[in-house]
Ligand binder design. Sequence first.
Ligand code: PGA
Length: 246
Amino acid sequence: MRARVFPDYEAMSAAAAHAVVDRLVEEPSAVLMLPTGTTPLGMYGRLVEMHRSGEISFSEATFFNLDEYLGLLPDHPASYHVYMKENFYGLIDADPARIFVPDGAADDPEAECERYQAAIGEAGGIDVCVLGIGRNGHIGFNEPGAPFDSRTRVVRLSESTRLVNAGDFEADRAPERAITVGMATIFESREALLLASGTNKAAAVAAALEGDVSESVPASMLKKHPNTTLFLDEDAASDLGRGVAS
Ligand code: PGA
């Protein structure tokens, strides 16, 4: 796991977008796994700009999302279906047949998890997995304690995650559960890019990069991954090298 530190959010976002585009230029049919949240918005913006200026086509790529809230219809404004459509998929030339987002409204969520996991396998696994990181070190909705051998499954969100995400929901009540791709599937990605911005991520970044590999800090698993790059702005990197990670 290596870290690249950029002066600010814009520079970090541009570099992450370029890393994705470089991969797609090499392999236009690459399989990408993508995150939601505030952090990747800059990267998506740059990717959309590059698409509009004719630099890159996404038409042959396959897309999987990392997670979705359980119990939200795909047109719920806080769903990750809507987020991805508004910020990325609806703005590029992606083939709708190759866009996969877990169905949080599935009648049988366990069957939906199996279907989603099988679709990842049928696509040949993930070439590039783009990740954010939670303040508690989560990746996707794999909260602290998530087993490193886990696959796509229904998970209970931690209270801290629900609090951070509460503003997206009426009455400030985020769903209690979600579907997330598991740790083992993330680990099997051929390349992982983890993006972090801001001082509120600094402790999690330091714990992941400088602490022990432990299921209590899910992102620390990536230390064992052969091809992971952290894209950090200076604020997110501000706890590195201080010996504060446990
Ligand atoms: P954020 O979320 O980008 O909104 O901070 C990241 C995450 O929780 O994984």
